[in-house]
Structure formats: C-alpha cells, structure tokens
Design a protein around this ligand. Structure first.
Ligand code: GLA
Length: 402
C-alpha cells in the first residue's frame, strides 16, 4: 500500500515538473532575429553563424535579443521517405541543423524554426499537417526553443483546432518551446490562443513601407502605420505569457531613420515581440542605436505587460499611452504626416485613464518627470504644458517618471 502511494506521489510530481517546464516561457515579449524579412528562403549555415556572432558583438544580445529564428526555406522539398521526418536542406545546411543549433546555443542564444499547419509551407516546403506529433518530437530532438507556425495550404482546417493540436504535440514532446501562431489575425486568435501559444500574429505581413499597402498582385503587404491602426483595440488581450504580435521588425530595411524610430517606438508601446528582420551583418550605427535603445526596450519589456492604448488620433497626430509597472507611464506622439506638426499637451487638463487596466495618469495630482527616450534628455515635468514640434514621419516618446 505504502509502495503504491509512493509511486502515485512520484508520478504526480513528475507530471507537475513537466507542466512547470512550460510555464513562464515568455513573461515579457520575445526578442530576437528572424530571417524572413530580408532573406526569405536564401538562408544558410554561414548566415546563421554570422548572425549569431553579430547578435553578440553588436550589443543586441545584451539589449535582450535572444531568439535566432529561421523562417521558411530551411527544409528540403521532401520528407525522409522512410521515417517521414523533416530534412534540413543539405545544400544550405551541409552539416545538418544540430551543428547550427549547437553553435547558436554556444553563444548563449536560443534557436527557433518555422513550419506551417497546412500540407505545405507558404514557400512550398513540407508542411506539418498529419505529422504534428512527429514534428514536435523532431524539434525536441533538435533542442529548439521556439516554433513559428504558419497558415498556408490549410484548406478545410480550422485555426483553433489546428493550433491546439500542435500545441498539445509540443507539450507531449516534453521540451519547452515558445509557440508563435502565424494565422495573420484571420480568426481573431487573441480571443482564443492564450492557452495555446505565447504570441499570435494580429495582421497580414509587414513591409518596409511607412504607411499604406504594398500591392503584389495576388497578395499584399501592410505598411507599418497600417499595422499600427489595427492594434488599437487589442490591449485587452495581451499580458505576461501571451502577446499580440504585429509582425517582425523592418528597422534597418530601407525606411528612413526617423521612420524606423516611429516603428520601433510603436512596437515598444504595443508590448510587441521584437524580432529584428534586417541583415545585421551590414547595419549602420543608426540602426544599431534604434534596435538597442535600452529605454525603449525597457518599455517594451515592462513586467506588467500592459499594452498601450490610443488616447487620441487627430490631423495625422496619434497619441498613445502605456501604464508601466512601477507607476511610471510611457507616452508616444506619432506624426504620421510628411510635414512637421506642432503639438501642445496640457498634462494636468487631459484625462488620461484606462478602465480596463484601472489606471489613471492623474497629472493634476502627481507630478511626473519627463524623460525623452530618444534624445536621452530630461524634459521638465508634467507640471507644465508640453509644446513641441515633431518632424514629418517622426515621434516623440517619453517615460513619465513618478
Ligand atoms: C507568411 C508569414 C511570413 C513568413 C512567410 C514565409 O507570409 O506571414 O511571416 O513566415 O509566410 O513563407
């Protein structure tokens, strides 16, 4: 009898230990680098190794970038004909994927891969449909830390069911992996995916365009501000461990430095995952400075995980507020137009409050010091009305310190 009790207790403890492995996987929005925005399927062992080296030497690792994720194009066109396992493309990865992953882990970074819920990935490589548990075991055997899971070629499938199956398969493989859902917001994953994965795309693909839509004929990509517009009502649905993902970064991919600043500021306000998507082997100083701005990143990574809400949007000028954990606030004024805009903001007269978070700025009673996240200057306090000029396609972002 005593022996049976002991066995049951040990089993119970083992189950709990397994469950704990999956807890706290993304208490703050994941940060890292993903190959897609710049390289599409043109990836290789050399690119991964060089990128891992630069994540460390550029200061990105110290700033918090941890996950190096290979997107579509890492596989051979067919699964192994005997085992059914996925095969890394032997030309791109001549020494196999494990060598590459060990290299990345050796740098103190984490490693992620991509696949798709459908029969094929968006670029036509073998998808996971029907192989969920086998692929999850394969990823566990490779010791990966992150899986981005796409939604092409999914005729007849339903999102919630397909992503739940993969989530269960990952857990059954007993290896903790961040699960990144990429169904482009089509079935409002923020309504159901909190128990399924740690982040979900909220929109179709981003492009290196400040505003508007890039039309490619049979598909289109969104400008950065067009994506910002779609995030307005989503603040209720993210928090520590589950994040809205407005897509990977286009910083350093062709927008101007001030446009990149708007992009990075908006993502940090939105508590968005920060996945750099540029060729970091060739970035200029300005791009490094934007990607590693520690004050902006501190806002993104704020432990309370409250996503910004839009306070006002008038004459191409948007104002976003975000309550932070220690009673501080972040504020971001975005000039969407191409011409300079004057702003004046009387903190004491404005009623900045959010019922969902139960937070109120209350500058009439509390005097906050203003810290400019981009110029790194103290800019007075909320005792005085703010008067400033924001250049076209630029931003003014403060941390309001208690
Ligand atoms: C989709 C995703 C992108 C990228 C490509 C890869 O378009 O939304 O982020 O993963 O597929 O083919």
């Amino acid at each position: 009898m005593k022996k049976n009790c002991l066995i049951i207790a040990l089993l119970f403890a083992a189950i709990q230990m397994q469950a704990q492995k999956f807890q706290g996987l993304a208490l703050t929005p994941p940060m890292g680098w993903n190959s897609w925005n710049t390289f599409q399927i043109n990836i290789s062992e050399q690119l991964v190794k060089q990128t891992a080296d630069i994540i460390v030497s550029s200061g990105m690792k110290n700033a918090g970038y941890t996950y190096l994720v290979l997107d579509d194009g890492w596989m051979a066109m067919q699964r192994d004909s005997i085992t059914g396992d996925l095969i890394p493309d032997p030309k791109k990865f001549p020494n196999g994927m494990k060598t590459v992953i060990d290299y990345v882990h050796g740098k103190g970074l984490k490693f992620g891969l991509y696949n798709c819920a459908g029969t094929k990935t968006c670029a036509g490589y073998p998808g996971t449909r029907g192989y969920e548990y086998q692929d999850a075991r394969f990823y566990a055997s490779l010791n990966i830390d992150y899986l981005k899971y796409d939604w092409c070629n999914t005729d007849g499938m339903t999102t919630k069911e397909a992503y739940t199956t993969m989530s269960k398969a990952i857990k059954a493989a007993h290896h903790p992996i961040i699960f990144s859902l990429c169904e482009w917001g089509s079935s409002q994953p923020w309504q159901w995916a909190k128990e399924v994965g740690q982040l979900w795309r909220t929109t179709g693909d981003i492009s290196n365009l400040f505003d508007g839509i890039k039309d490619y004929g049979n598909w289109h990509a969104n400008g950065m501000m067009t994506i910002v517009d779609m995030q307005d009502t989503l603040y209720k649905y993210s928090g520590p461990g589950y994040w809205n993902d407005p897509d990977m970064l286009e910083v350093g991919n062709g927008m101007s430095a001030n446009e990149d600043r708007v992009h990075f500021s908006a993502w940090c306000m939105l508590a968005a995952p920060l996945m750099a998507g540029n060729d970091i082997r060739k970035m200029n100083k300005e791009t490094v400075a934007i990607l590693t701005n520690k004050d902006a990143i501190a806002i993104d990574q704020d432990a309370a995980g409250m996503q910004a809400f839009k306070y006002s949007d008038k004459d191409s000028l948007q104002t976003w507020f975000r309550p932070l954990q220690n009673g501080d606030w972040a504020v971001c004024f975005i000039n969407r137009s191409g011409i300079p805009k004057n702003i004046s903001f009387d903190w004491k007269k404005e009623n900045v409050a959010n019922a969902f978070f139960n937070k109120q700025l209350n500058a009439a009673v509390i005097n906050y010091k203003l810290y400019d996240v981009w110029t790194k200057k103290d800019m007075g306090s909320t005792a005085n009305q703010l008067n400033a000029v924001i250049p076209g396609h630029d931003v003014l972002m403060f941390r309001l310190k208690k």
